[in-house]
Design a protein around this ligand. Structure first.
Ligand SMILES: [Zn+2]
Length: 219
């Protein structure tokens, strides 16, 4: 019998991860509880192998162009770096594909960091902290709730993501204090909306939030 230490449930058959939390499971696998269907022709492992193969060709081509240009084509160097970022993102996205809210949360935070780096590398016009981040931080909980409601999830199942969104959005204070963000209205408005949203959840959905947090922290 396999068990999930996080969800504290027993799992029949031979599973690779917990069907509830997608986390690691312990214990001895048994014969499958249900008939196992033959694997699809192109599974995600094959897909990722194809991606890695194309990635290596791409990196070799870009590396060659960069070397042949006498290290003058800066775009080829950037192409090499973004190729590495891309392959890491594909790997994580495949890993998180079973949990759409976790995937979208990860991609949004990943995008925010990447946009910030691009901003810094291309002259520091602060478009990331001025416009991209304020909009992304407000859209993320909206999309999370829309997915949660349409997938008929209980609030307990996604409240932690909302909490993380609210806390992460407060990071927008840093570029304001440091002076990098010189047009501060969108960021301040964004944080204000998130505070009101957090207040709503804390006051009217307190019970759900406590349940979600204790479930997540395995208390
Ligand atoms: Zn679990």
């Amino acid at each position: 019998m396999q068990v999930c230490p996080k969800c504290n449930i027993k799992i029949r058959g031979d599973k690779r991860c917990c069907p509830l939390c997608q986390g690691n499971i312990t214990g001895e696998p048994e014969d499958n509880a249900f008939k196992v269907l033959p694997a699809r022709k192109v599974n995600t492992v094959t897909l990722f192998r194809i991606c890695v193969f194309l990635f290596i060709i791409y990196e070799v081509v870009m590396g060659t162009i960069y070397q042949f240009s006498g290290y003058r084509f800066r775009w080829a160097l950037f192409a090499i770096i973004w190729g590495i970022v891309g392959i890491i993102d594909i790997r994580v996205a495949l890993y998180l594909r079973g949990n759409i809210i976790k995937l979208i949360t990860f991609e949004t935070f990943f995008g925010i960091i990447i946009t910030y780096i691009i901003d810094r590398m291309t002259g520091g016009y602060a478009f990331s902290v001025t416009w991209v981040n304020p909009i992304a931080f407000v859209l993320l909980p909206v999309v999370t709730v829309i997915i949660g409601v349409s997938a008929k999830l209980r609030i307990v199942d996604y409240a932690v993501y909302l909490l993380v969104d609210v806390l992460a959005s407060m990071s927008q204070i840093i570029p304001i204090v440091s002076g990098f963000n010189r047009f501060t209205y969108p960021a301040v408005l964004s944080m204000g909306i998130m505070v009101v949203f957090a207040a709503f959840v804390l006051i009217f959905r307190r019970r759900d939030l406590i349940n979600a947090t204790s479930k997540y922290l395995n208390i």
